[in-house]
Design a protein around this ligand. Sequence first.
Ligand code: SF4
Ligand code: SF4
Length: 383
Amino acid sequence: MPEKIDPTLISEVRKYGHFDVDACYACGSCAAVCALSKDSALFPRKSMRHVQVGLREPLLASLDPWLCYYCGDCSKTCPRQTEPGESMMTLRRFLTAQYDWTGLSARMYQSPAWELGALAAVGAFMALLIALFHGPMVMDRVELNTFAPVMTVHFFDWAMAAVLSFFLLSNVARMIWNTMFRGGSAAPLQSYIEEAWSLAWNGATQIRFRECGKNTARWAKHFLLVTGYGLMFVMIVLFLPWFQTDAIHPIWHPQRWLGYYATAVLAVFTAEILWSRMKKEEQIHRYSDLSDWLFPILLLLTTLTGIAVHIFRYAGWPLATYYAYAVHLIVCVPMLVIEVPFGKWAHLTYRPLAAYFQAVRENAARRREQAPAGPQGAEAQPA
Ligand code: SF4
Ligand code: SF4
């Protein structure tokens, strides 16, 4: 069946950022220079072509925008300066919005007022919760667990994690439907099982970052940042009673050095991301959407307010500790609630899934090639 042409697709995609194909003369240099592009996933030119001619369904079924890790080599090579690397970034925003059934992603990516408003609304709700439900403020010494009882905070953590997981997983289900099932392109179960290792490997290492542009330093920074974020997430969501204590542990205690490690990498590398975006020297930082700024800004503010809580607690300043803790939650909770399922952070989920699904597709294609031709297949061969 011929594909339906949707002439509105290009104007819709352009609402999500830079997307310039008008000057492109299809030389193919961008795909040729891309270290991650291959015959089974030929990008960025193919994805741009889908948009240019209005092929909405193939674009939704495509994994290619997630397989690009934005090294910027294609943009540097393009003789027409159409910035294909940034076009892939725009397509990732567009696809994030297509997977999100609530419509919030689309509104946030298309309107700064919506993104800032959503963050502010959750922050205000958090401030109200703290104002209404905080515990007594002991003022002659720091008792953080009296001000914010750890099991109450822990219960709130779990409830929030459950809500976030629901939204994120329901969006992931739509990604799976669009890319792996829609249009009758289902791969056999055996392919999913055989390639499962790639999901764990790519999720844990983000190794494609290193292949992208052959930039080991960029991959290492991203890897360390993810380890810091992951470590902090595990300590807070699974081990909060161990992490949030009024006891002051000796420096060699794992609670302290694990916390210091996570804090240091989060502070250093988010600050570095912001500095690079401000300087605009690297190709990949020439264009910055609001979501590209908010993501590191909120992460850095969360880290800095966490550091403030730690310093004030160790200095023995009760009021400063309680206020810093409240601000910490007012920044951190909106960042998680809004950015993880609906915003920039969703790419941490979609990227390794896309690498896995691409491996599944290739596995399924190999199986089809190796399968012995049946009677029907034999008849279909030319004489
Ligand atoms: S390198 Fe530029 S002009 Fe050539 S196909 Fe890619 S986007 Fe088009
Ligand atoms: S930005 Fe890098 S990884 Fe992405 S399409 Fe261009 S060359 Fe390939």
